[in-house]
Design a protein around this ligand. Sequence first.
Ligand code: R1P
Ligand code: URA
Length: 251
Amino acid sequence: MKERMYHLNLKPEDGARFALLPGDPGRVEQIAACLDGARQVAVNREFCTWAGMVAGERVLVTSTGIGGPSAAIAMEELASIGVDTFIRVGTCGGMQLAVQGGDIVVPTAAIRMDGTSREYLPVEFPAVADFSLTRALADAAEQSGLRGHLGVVQSKDSFYGQHEPERMPVGQRLQADWQAWIKGGALASEMECAALFTVAACLGVRAGAVLTCVWNQERQAAGLSNPETHDSGAAIRVAVEAVRRLTDGGR
Ligand SMILES: O=P(O)(O)O[C@H]1O[C@H](CO)[C@@H](O)[C@H]1O
Ligand SMILES: O=c1cc[nH]c(=O)[nH]1
């Protein structure tokens, strides 16, 4: 029998062309429930993998855990068993006032404030989502009827550096950068897109993402209503519909 992947515990014969990548292992089963004939394939550390079918195409669902290092590991090991199309199905916090809890965000690119992507390519190299994949995600999001946003997201390594920067010795820098990202139009903040888009460029595979906005700290600070949601159902449906569109001749 062939060797299993060191972290994901998958065998080469478990491979597929498509992978859906939530950060949270708790989201894997919810995504798998939208596939045909899904079953669990492997579990190790934060990496839980199920496999099922969409429009006759085998699709893997693998959790990446939180942050760039484990997301890069998941992408590397999945690519080594044949995955060439990756869709992160994640969550984010809104930065622009128009991006509210419950909205869908489809990233076109990610600000590389993470550490992992810098161990792949110099920081001047942009972390860009695959165009055909992003178009399929944006079309599927539009069809969903939910409020959706297409644009740049910010990827960082410290969740609490985002939410409590004033506690950090480098807080002034974090806050100044945060305001600059907002002025530049960054829609939302999350933790994996920059690593995934950069590693995908290095591996010659496609990567995109669809994110559920869970809340918006800027709306809170401005005294505006700040609806909060932890339901990723709509983003999951958008991701599965995008896979369907890509398997229907969109490649
Ligand atoms: O819900 P997931 O996909 O994990 O995404 C977001 O949630 C985590 C932080 O709470 C980070 O991984 C961030 O990117
Ligand atoms: O505010 C948020 C919400 C989700 N994920 C993040 O990284 N930040």
